[in-house]
Design a protein around this ligand. Sequence first.
Ligand code: HMG
Ligand code: MG
Length: 286
Amino acid sequence: AAGDDVLIFEMAPRDGLQNEKTPISTEQKIALVDKLSVCGFQKIETASFVSPKWVPQMADGAEVLAGIKRREKTRYTALTPNIKGLERAIAANVDEVAIFASASESFSQKNINCSIAESLERFAPVVQAARQAGLPVRGYVSCVTDCPYEGEIAPEAVANVAADLDALGVYEVSLGDTIGKGTPETVSVMLRAVLERLPADRLAGHFHDTGGRALDNIKASLALGLRTFDSTAGGLGGCPYAPGAKGNVATEAVVDMLEGEGFATGIDRDALTEAGRFARTLRPSC
Ligand code: HMG
Ligand code: MG
């Protein structure tokens, strides 16, 4: 996205549903993605090809991708933690994949069962094979301001992991406030450190809204030049390995804030209201 356009990367089918303990049917997941496609998103994170033992809710990603009505201008994406995940994603005909690292050592261990350095070694062949298959790869960094296990995270640690992911060949790094503890102040300090290494147009903001500051954090990111943000219709969300990570920032609130500030999102607001309403029926606790 450039100029006054902001790209919203819709995450409800993945970040929004992955933490739900009660099984959600494949049909309902397909219905959610189809309702989101109507909104006009350029990208929808549709599935997660992680270990089904670790995240049972995401086990049916292939069936979800096989069942949706694909809108031509939308890219349907998935998380791929390793080669096995990438192979499953390619078989399911995804348009783009994502690897996910952390700026916190303890979160890396809890979330993907290895150190940050080991994760980067594991991701290198995933990025290579994905790009050979013609798939763009996105990179995430979790815990960019705070970690549920370690507390405050040094901005330099975030900058280092972001630069390492960039060196592996990701097209963009999404900076995750996994537990929604960031403030405009801590987010800005973190972003300034990352911007020393990567330009704003290679970065995205991924804010959970646990502390109620996600919109303020997006505004702080906009001021530093970021133009891509991750959010979930209905404000669903939470990472299963991040205690207290409630909802992602709601796409409805992000669109309204952005349009109010004069940015264009290209999202059909009425269709989004409908999709968000349906999303919340899938996770009434959110
Ligand atoms: P592990 O147990 O160390 O992996 O888990 P392993 O390689 O030793 O494999 C163990 C078993 O899992 C084997 O099966 C593998 O075949 C299987 P077994 O031989 O025991 O029957 N396996 C798989 N099966 C299907 N698909 C796969 C796969 N990989 C292994 N891809 C692993 C390591 C990374 C796999 C695991 O820790 C994992 O799946 N973690 C994912 C956790 C997760 O999904 N977290 C949420 C997403 S991240 C997030 O939400 C943050 C974000 O939103 C940004 C933010 O907010 O900060 C992105
Ligand atoms: Mg998240």
